[in-house]
Design a protein around this ligand. Structure first.
Ligand code: FAD
Length: 593
């Protein structure tokens, strides 16, 4: 296999990226669109008509629907053919996740099964383990769950108290412990359970069948949202786990848990994208029907603002998610070309983009919270009725900021990982950052006035990068080892990075789309891009100021002046841009951008 070259994760901070080098959703091929359609057809036939039954957990319907998805092949999209799956690319899996993501509680069960439930075994299991379980998981015969969290070990997942001890005859590990908040816990057949062997400092992972003696399941938790998703505590009391069911090596569990979460995070962003599109459709349908003061409420500027902003954030998320997904795919191909087998290549490929996965989890979940919140508002009093679909969308969205690592943990990870990767020489962050620090002593105009539309936007994005690099350099230089105790500042800098990544991804997508379809076809997309860049500039400036005033000592004024310089963009009639975007949405009566 010829060697596949890749970009390094986090590199977007320091490099200029060419639009031709990224993937845009308009490039999905026919086969991928057919898979997407199959997912939506399944939802329309089996899931959406049963949402109330699912939320009431009638007749174990969720378990039945997992089996039905298995019959259709939807559980095996990412599974290699030798384990009876369809061996589709990471990108295609993400596309399917977008569709399934729009199915409320069902999405959570599906994701837990196909993602955190199946992937630890698929990526870390030995051949015998995979042959034994994966085909049955891909067919839906066995449902899966991932058991990491404990009552006293949530964000600090490695602090769990569950223990495993080798039996005297050396044939079993005797597992004892308690797990909490386990998705699919009420019906899962196969569990990946994380526990420490003897007095180990780090976790190991075990494959446990839920019908083994000593495994007990608590009643379902009562939750604010995703009510149809099964969430339970599980207890393990002297459970005899055969030694051949140790997953990976002893002490490798924590690494398994973390590596699986990179993928979980970006997939959660894809889920949020699907939910956002469905919710926008509810919102615009309602706005086009509801009349007040003799007019449809969709004709009011205040409502158009909300509709447009829902679209803008969704479009920006979509641009960013698929850009990163394709890069992960390319990285997987790169590691395979270097001789890594399927699982190891997937682990390395996603770990390469850990920064992007974490920032997309944050952006995607917060984008969705905005979309559902404004959808309730657009429905007015009816939005507060439990009989309306936006009620479910609103309640179900909230969990996304909590699981797969809370957004606080992910925000801290983004900047921390970017810095650590640079310190490990994965890419040069501090060299370009030092250049920016020189530049701020003698600032040159960002624009010279001769720029074309896209040249101007690229120069803005390049200036945003300088703002972020300056913040990272001056923050680390000033705080040094104290940085870890200044979480607020780290979160500010992460917010700068998020806005930069999303703005750049939107720019690259629209620019590439224009080269494919021509300027006339992307007028609305340019409207979106204008607002994204304009807003990103203001948000980067605000987060940057919050950070700089919190750590800078003598040079605060110099840094603030440079920050303002790098984040000042031309004025924009945002009202008109948003009205044009909203008008298109209102005319189509659905999200179509
Ligand atoms: C519906 C649902 C389904 C779930 N499914 C699963 C599952 O299938 N498998 C599984 O293993 N787990 C699952 N979880 C658990 C979930 O991953 C945890 O709830 C999450 O990781 C947070 O842990 P915690 O609840 O203990 O919160 P805590 O860790 O106690 O956090 C409380 C608050 O403190 C903040 N915080 C914690 N540590 C830090 C820090 N170092 N710095 C700054 N802030 C910090 C958090 O961000 C949060 O705001 C699920 C949870 C829910 C609610």
């Amino acid at each position: 296999m010829s060697k596949v070259e890749i970009k390094t994760g986090g590199e977007f901070l320091v490099k200029d990226i060419d639009a031709n080098d990224i993937f845009i959703p308009e490039e999905f091929e026919e086969e991928q669109q057919m898979i997407l359609q199959t997912c939506y057809d399944f939802l329309d036939a089996e899931v959406i008509p049963n949402l109330d039954k699912i939320d009431k957990k009638e007749n174990n319907i969720m378990r039945t629907l997992i089996s039905k998805a298995g019959e259709l092949g939807l559980l095996g999209i990412a599974v290699p053919e030798e384990y009876e799956g369809f061996n589709q690319s990471f990108l295609t899996t993400m596309y399917a996740n977008e569709a399934i993501g729009s199915s409320f509680s069902y999405a959570v069960a599906y994701m837990a099964h196909t993602g955190i439930g199946t992937l630890p075994l698929l990526y870390y299991g030995n051949e015998k383990q995979k042959q034994k379980y994966i085909p049955r998981m891909a067919s839906g015969e066995m449902a899966a769950a991932y058991c990491l969290t404990e009552p006293n070990a949530g964000s600090d997942a490695n602090s769990g108290a569950s223990r495993a001890t080798l039996s005297e005859d050396g044939k079993h590990y005797i597992l004892n412990g308690q797990k909490m908040w386990i998705t699919n816990g009420g019906f899962a057949d196969i569990l990946t359970v994380f526990a420490k062997i003897d007095n180990d400092r780090v976790l190991s992972a075990f494959l446990v069948e839920s019908d083994w003696e000593g495994v007990t399941v608590n009643p379902e938790e009562h939750k604010m949202g995703i009510k149809g998703s099964s969430t339970t505590q599980l207890f393990f009391s002297d459970v005899k786990v055969p030694v051949e069911n140790l997953l990976g090596k002893r002490g490798e569990g924590f690494r398994i848990a973390l590596n699986i979460l990179h993928i979980g995070r970006i997939k959660l962003a894809a889920n949020s994208l699907g939910s956002a599109k469905r919710t926008i459709n509810y919102a615009v349908n309602y706005a086009n029907e509801r009349k007040q003061f003799g007019k449809h409420i969709s004709s009011f500027g205040a409502i158009q603002h909300k509709l447009a902003e829902q679209v803008i954030r969704t479009y920006a998320a979509e641009s960013s998610i698929y850009r990163a997904s394709k890069q992960i795919d390319t990285a997987i191909a790169h590691y395979e070309s270097e001789g890594l087998e399927h699982g190891a290549a997937h682990i390395e490929g996603s770990a390469q983009y850990a920064v992007e996965c974490a920032l997309l989890k944050v952006y995607g979940s917060e984008m969705l919270d905005y979309v559902v919140d404004e959808a309730v508002q657009i429905y007015g009093g009816m939005g507060f009725s439990a009989d309306m679909p936006v009620d479910r969308a609103y309640r179900d969205s909230r969990i996304n900021r909590i699981f797969e690592g809370t957004n606080e943990i992910n925000r801290l990870l983004v900047v921390d990982t970017a810095i650590k990767d640079a310190q490990k020489n994965k890419y040069d962050l501090f060299g370009p950052a030092a250049e920016v620090m020189k530049e701020i002593e003698n600032l040159k105009p960002v624009l010279d006035g001769s720029e074309s539309y896209y040249e101007e936007k690229h120069k803005y994005v390049k200036a945003f990068k300088k703002a972020v690099l300056m913040a990272i350099y001056s923050m680390t230089d000033t705080l040094q080892r104290k940085l870890a105790f200044e979480q607020e500042i780290m979160m500010n800098v992460t917010d700068m990075m998020i806005q930069l990544y999303v703005a750049e991804s939107t720019l690259l997508r629209v620019e590439k789309l224009e080269t494919i379809k021509g300027a006339e076809a992307v007028k609305l997309q340019r409207d979106i891009l204008d607002v994204v860049i304009y807003d990103a500039a203001a948000k980067i400036q605000k987060s940057g100021k919050d950070a700089i005033y919190s750590y800078a000592e003598n040079n605060a004024n110099v840094l603030i002046k440079a920050l303002e310089h790098f984040t000042t963009v031309k004025g924009l009639n945002v009202k008109d841009n948003r009205r044009r975007i909203a008008t298109h949405l209102i005319e189509e009566n659905k999200y179509k951008f």
